[in-house]
Design a protein around this ligand. Structure first.
Ligand SMILES: [Mn+2]
Length: 284
């Protein structure tokens, strides 16, 4: 049985953190295998360059996620990559293009019904980040530690058939709730969007998918694929929505297996030599 694909005018996705251990790479691959769009914005933190050396975690799914993007690009999807703070070395590549994927510092998206949306990762508006990169790095390692501690808990919960629960997510939520800077994030970013004359802003960075109308300015956060599997989508008529991707694990597994054989299947006609995967080579 074939699994159908959903078509959108635009997909906004961010915070994949490829290379970090424990991310939802299988779910992300399944999502990309079943969702297509005229334009895809990768709104930052796609590759996690902060993960160094030993803890670098790169699997076939990560490779196939990048292959999926390249295949979409070859078939005519416009892909715009806006680096975030975890992949900020790509910011110096702004205004270049790799395999048809354009790298930009920011973008302006016009919806089908003519609204102008500012597309940025958002760390520029994270005052905490701006003032303490060191604390952010500590937070990052703390988060990874919590994810490790959570593994036995997750195992027990799986055994008992309980819903997955993440210590790292719970801790981050608590931190976000208590932190003024996080509460201020949406306000600051929409203030700036209004000042620049946009109808709204699409961003990521804080790993919480959300839509809010703040003083008449649309605030769309597309969430993340570290724990929440979320995206902001635009339908052909300009209607936008927050998507929480869920599917059963057997579908995820089937799509993973299908993606694994793709490169070998493409042998009708001249063989396609997949380019060596750039990111694997650049990073440890
Ligand atoms: Mn970020």
């Amino acid at each position: 049985m074939d699994i159908s694909t959903e078509h959108y005018r635009t997909l906004f996705l961010s915070d994949w953190h490829l290379g970090l251990h424990g991310i939802k790479s299988a779910e992300l691959l399944a999502f990309l295998e079943t969702h297509d769009a005229e334009t895809i914005y990768l709104v930052g933190d796609i590759i996690d360059q902060w993960v160094l050396g030993r803890s670098w975690s790169w699997n076939d799914d990560c490779d196939n996620i990048l292959r999926n993007l390249m295949r979409k690009s070859e078939r005519g999807t416009k892909i715009v990559y806006i680096p975030g703070n975890h992949d900020d070395s790509f910011r110096s590549w702004a205004d270049t293009s790799i395999n048809g994927i354009t790298i930009q510092r920011e973008a302006v998206h016009t919806t089908a019904d003519g609204r102008r949306l500012w597309v940025i990762h958002g760390d520029e508006f994270d005052l905490f980040m701006q003032h303490s990169r060191l604390l952010c790095h500590i937070g990052h390692f703390g988060c990874q530690l919590l994810m490790k501690l959570n593994r036995p808990v997750a195992w027990v919960r799986r055994r008992l058939g309980l819903k997955p629960w993440s210590l790292a997510v719970a801790a981050r939520r608590a931190l976000q709730k208590s932190s003024k800077t996080y509460r201020r994030f949406a306000r600051t970013i929409t203030d700036e969007a209004r000042r620049l004359g946009y109808n709204g802003v699409v961003c990521g960075h804080i790993h919480r998918a959300e839509f809010r109308l703040i003083n008449g300015v649309e605030y769309w956060n597309d969430g993340d694929w570290v724990d929440s599997c979320t995206a902001t989508v635009e339908a052909m008529d300009g209607t936008m929505n927050t998507l929480h991707y869920t599917t059963d694990s057997s579908t995820v597994e089937r799509l993973r297996q299908r993606a694994l054989v793709y490169p070998k299947e493409q042998t009708n006609g001249p063989p396609i030599n997949h380019p060596p995967l750039l990111f694997k080579e650049v990073l440890p």
